[in-house]
Design a protein around this ligand. Structure first.
Ligand code: GLP
Length: 263
């Protein structure tokens, strides 16, 4: 596992966007580049930088296929808190050359959610799997909507949201946890683990415990992000604030070994 530490959120986002663009630009296979994408506040700076790079001709999305991590159950596309709405507003609609047919987002209104999730796994496989999965984590270490105690081999499926997550996410629903959907569709930890590379954004004091458990703790379903210790191409991109609960030797180790990556 690599841990890239930057001074602040802005630099973390610039580093991550450059990394993603370099992977897209370096893709030489005779098939599209498959990019997994998250929502939340963490990726906003990365999306802004990728949009800037796309508009200035530094990266093209013409040959990129995307799969989003998750979606709330019961929110239609036009709901301003659906992840479909979030992704189009904050990313896809601002890119110059992404093809609409290359965008995949789980449908939280699907009449048969299980079938929707099964079809999603098949769609990912039909493109040869995910090349790079970008993600964030929750304060409890959840990856996508894989809450604590979700199996580390889970596949795309329906997830019940914990009260903690609904409280944290209520900031987008008028601070009323009752308005946050109780379920979501989400790729599984196993789905993310099958990606060639995984890049997770972790910023701010609130995520410090989750980062420490993911890097220094045991691999455990209690902190689903810790599964990435078993992934050969996992990168955690962090800011200084998120490193607050790492031990000093861990922190110094990654600063040393990744010193060329510091912006
Ligand atoms: C939600 C999403 C996750 C995301 C997490 C953290 O629960 N399902 O994919 O990583 O929030 O969000 P934020 O980046 O806003 O802290």
């Amino acid at each position: 596992m690599r841990v890239i530490i930057q001074d602040n959120y802005e630099k973390m986002c610039v580093w991550a966007a450059r990394y993603i663009a370099s992977k897209i630009n370096g893709h030489r296979e005779n098939r599209p580049f498959v990019l997994g994408l998250p929502t939340g506040s963490s990726p906003l700076g990365v999306y802004a930088e990728l949009i800037r790079m796309n508009r200035s001709g530094q990266v093209s999305f013409a040959n990129v296929v995307t799969f989003n991590m998750d979606e709330y159950v019961g929110l239609p596309h036009e709901h301003d808190q659906s992840y479909w709405y979030f992704m189009h507003k904050n990313f896809f609609d601002q890119l110059t050359d992404i093809r609409k047919e290359n965008i995949h987002i789980l449908n939280g209104m699907a009449p048969d959610p299980e079938a929707e999730c099964e079809a999603y796994e098949k769609a990912i496989a039909s493109f040869g799997g995910v090349d790079l999965f970008l993600g964030g984590i929750g304060v409890d270490g959840h990856l996508a909507f894989n809450e604590p105690f979700t199996s580390l081999t889970s596949r795309t499926g329906v997830r019940n949201l914990t009260t903690d997550t609904r409280i944290v996410n209520s900031r987008f629903f008028g601070n009323d946890p009752e308005k946050v959907p109780t379920q979501a569709l989400s790729v599984g930890i196993g789905t993310v683990m099958d990606s060639k590379e995984v890049l997770i954004l972790i910023s701010g004091h609130a995520k410090a415990r989750a980062l420490a458990r993911s890097v220094e703790g045991s691999v455990s379903q209690r902190w689903t992000c810790s599964a990435l210790q078993m992934h050969n191409g996992a990168i955690l991109a962090c800011d200084e604030a998120a490193c607050g609960e790492l031990t000093v030797d861990t922190y110094k180790y990654f600063l040393d070994i990744e010193k060329d990556q510091r912006l």
